[in-house]
Design a protein around this ligand. Structure first.
Ligand code: 8OZ
Length: 372
């Protein structure tokens, strides 16, 4: 019987175990450049089967929060190379999450103070994080976006391709496409944020068009075996909404089966919230989603996330419901989470006050078992 602690080859990615570190925004990248301490942060956690970095902007336009990193300038590639070298020296495997926030942004963060872009000019009922002139951070309402002109979309697809190439140049083992949590690709998927009447709106196929074009470009650029994708069928995060997610995401995974991807990463329920959260009339059927992916020829590993503890994770892999389980907040507080799960050792509690922004406290100073 397969266990959570068994190795796995997912596409071109070699995982020492089936425990992933979920992408976690930490707002510690001034000027959108990974800080030197970030190399230590990820290297401390390199015993994970797979490290997925915090969400990383593919362009200036794709930035939505203060002090989040990018992957579209030479100094950013150099900053990330420090991270990948440290993680590989510690024996880890690491991919970066490629992110365009779409409407979840603020004009203060946009090139020339412009409006954020989105499929439609519908303001998200959500907030973003800005660092003020005095260095203090605060969550503020997102700005009203402008609808993308159809002629702008190829340029955004090119930004994804270019960022994927930059990820390989920076030494990453691969990339995860961020198609979850109400950001740009998810905004196109969901009818609550996409009311376009052109080839990128209306039908499910049209709303998934950007996702397909991005996956086509990135897999062609770096090879499908180095590409994962994250989706969140029912999350309400960042005002994401669609009244009928089952057929929508069934279509999405059927399209994802076109490429021999490394993995498909599913947020079950509301991100950081209840696992049984639903949108629409019926509970979402995750087993049916995975069956549809397999039925369509999908070969990627199936990664699950949201609210998993040791018992749930061990059971999910043993029962064949998941190939990999991603842990978020537990990895913030436990750099040696894999050892703790393996030994059923107590876990450090996390301090949410240091999740976003700040320095080494709450970032590098959580104790490992060996130092306790
Ligand atoms: C990238 C994020 C996501 O996927 O939800 C994020 C951004 C800001 C704070 C928390 C999480």
């Amino acid at each position: 019987m397969t266990t959570l602690f068994d190795p796995l080859v997912a596409g071109e990615l070699k995982l020492a175990n089936r425990i992933a570190m979920a992408p976690l925004t930490r707002n510690r990248a001034p000027g959108a450049v990974p800080a030197a301490m970030t190399a230590t942060y990820y290297a401390q956690r390199a015993s994970a089967g797979l490290l997925i970095t915090e969400a990383t902007a593919i362009s200036h336009q794709g930035q939505g929060y203060s002090d989040v990193p990018g992957l579209y300038a030479p100094e950013q590639i150099a900053g990330w190379r420090r991270v990948t070298e440290a993680v590989h020296a510690a024996g880890g495997t690491i991919v970066t999450q490629l992110w365009h926030v779409g409407r979840v942004s603020h004009s203060a963060l946009q090139p020339g103070g412009a409006a954020p872009v989105a499929p439609s000019a519908i303001t998200a009922k959500t907030k973003t994080y800005l660092v003020n002139a005095d260095g203090s951070g605060s969550f503020v309402p997102t700005s009203e976006p402008r609808a993308l002109d159809i002629d702008e979309i190829p340029g955004i697809v090119e930004d994804y391709r270019r960022a994927a190439r930059a990820a390989i140049e920076a030494g990453f083992d691969g990339v995860e496409v961020h198609a979850a949590n109400g950001y740009l690709i998810d905004q196109f998927l969901r009818s609550g944020s996409n009311q376009r009447t052109d080839a990128y709106g209306g039908s499910i196929a049209n709303r998934a068009r950007l996702l397909v074009e991005v996956m086509d470009a990135i897999t062609a650029e770096i090879g499908a075996g180095r590409v994962g994708i994250r989706i969140s069928p029912v999350t309400p995060a960042n005002d994401a909404a669609d009244p009928d997610p089952q057929p929508l995401f069934t279509y999405v995974v059927e399209q994802l089966a076109r490429w021999p991807l490394a993995y498909v990463h599913i947020i079950e329920g509301a991100t950081g919230g209840p696992r049984d959260f639903q949108q629409g009339e019926a509970p979402f059927d995750y087993a049916a989603l995975r069956a549809a992916y397999a039925q369509a020829g999908g070969q990627g590993a199936w990664m699950v996330n949201n609210g998993y503890d040791r018992e749930l994770a061990i059971a999910a892999v043993a029962a064949g419901r998941a190939d990999i389980v991603a842990f978020g907040k537990a990895f913030i507080a436990n750099p040696d989470l894999v050892q703790r799960l393996r030994e059923n050792a107590p876990l450090n509690a996390w301090d949410s006050r240091t999740f976003y922004g700040g320095g080494e406290h709450g970032y590098l100073d959580y104790p490992a078992l060996s130092s306790a």
